[in-house]
Design a protein around this ligand. Structure first.
Ligand code: NDP
Length: 327
């Protein structure tokens, strides 16, 4: 028997989440069984712990869109007992049982061996949010980061915190947009040199183009803020669009694309092929300073998750939450 956070659908159609002891016979099919050590709290986890929002296929459900741990048994020659592995994406924790559990069974294709230089706790301090931040930085690099500050929106959140730390450690000037002025010192400790108040970019303007300001952007917010930022990008600069914490609509014009050659790059962490995932994790181990990672982390245990799921949907979580599933 092992512990897991199980979300059930009640007779009234509402969901409830509780830590339960379950047997291995209830694990889904898969090639590799992993003794999970750590998982994390991401925005999607908030949705899956709560009503699901269409992400969860079947109840009862074990959320947790990422985890790191040690292989216990494997039917796949690529993995053997004792190997350290990390998983993000592939709809684990949404359509399939995820990492809020002391054991997980998954397809071997969804795993990545833990890169040298990262332990399982550090890997989950990064987690899906940090992995996505790295993919965003790599996409900006592929298209060329221009001179001038790189803007990070939703900077005090999970994606934003890791993106800020990576970009700063690569030598870029970073401007962090936050709606929480009290996080300014935290963002500066991660390497941001400029703090932009959320209200400055939430104000709508009729002007489709403004002063060319940003050499690149990692955007976790979307909505009106993304529309505004597009008109402030330098000529030929790129925005890596990661999330929609501020809304799914995009009330923009085509002018920044036509007159400034701005690139809007969509980032999807879920269906990344194995080689890309490996490359991103190796870059994380190399380019993300571990002392900055420590500053982002708050610890949690399985029983904290229902409250944390609500907090992250309200934009109230700072940095990264690492869940020790065995505590
Ligand atoms: P967090 O909740 O940790 O961070 C989001 C941040 O956005 C908040 O901390 C807050 O930052 C800001 N924010 C929240 N609400 C608003 C609002 N209404 N207007 C403006 N800013 C707001 O989430 P994550 O960093 O984990 O994820 C961010 C987004 O990225 C989510 O939409 C998530 O679903 C998406 N995502 C996408 C992935 C992909 O593969 N494309 C992978 C991972 C995440 P502050 O307080 O500093 O303003």
């Amino acid at each position: 028997m092992f512990n897991a956070l199980v979300v059930e659908k009640n007779d009234d159609g509402k969901t409830s989440a509780s830590v339960q002891q379950i047997g291995e016979d209830r694990l889904p099919e898969g090639d590799v069984t992993v003794a999970v050590e750590y998982s994390t709290v991401n925005y999607k986890d908030g949705l899956c712990i709560g009503p699901g929002g269409g992400l969860v296929r079947n109840y009862p459900h074990v959320p947790g869109i990422d985890f790191a741990g040690t292989v216990e048994t494997s039917d796949d020659p690529r993995y053997k007992a004792g190997d350290k592995v990390v998983l993000t994406g592939w709809r684990v924790g949404e359509a399939y049982w995820g990492g809020y559990s002391q054991k997980a069974r998954v397809k071997a294709d969804w795993l990545v061996p833990l890169p040298d230089g990262l332990d399982t706790k550090q890997a989950m301090a990064v987690g899906t949010a940090g992995f996505t931040a790295m993919l965003a930085v790599m996409a900006l690099e592929d298209h060329g980061i221009k001179d001038g500050p790189v803007l990070v929106t939703g900077a005090a959140g999970g994606v934003g915190s890791v993106a800020t730390a990576i970009l700063a450690s690569l030598g870029h000037e970073v401007a962090g947009v936050t709606g929480r002025p009290e996080t300014a010192d935290y963002l500066k400790s991660l390497g941001a040199t400029q703090i932009v108040a959320r209200e400055e970019l939430n104000e709508t303007t009729k002007r489709p183009l403004e002063a060319e300001t940003w050499g690149g952007c990692v955007d976790a917010v979307g909505g009106e803020m993304l529309a505004r930022v597009l008109g402030q990008m330098k000529y030929g600069a790129s925005v890596a669009a990661v999330g929609l914490a501020g809304g799914a609509g995009l009330p923009a014009t085509v002018i920044p694309f036509l007159l400034r050659g701005v690139n809007l790059l969509g980032i999807d962490s879920v269906m990344q092929p194995y080689d890309n995932r490996l490359r991103a994790w190796e870059r994380i181990a190399k380019d993300l300073p571990m002392d900055k990672l420590d500053a982002m982390v708050q610890p949690a245990v399985l029983s904290d998750l229902p409250a944390l799921g609500r907090d992250i949907l309200k934009g109230q979580v700072r940095g990264r939450v690492v869940v020790d599933v065995n505590a």
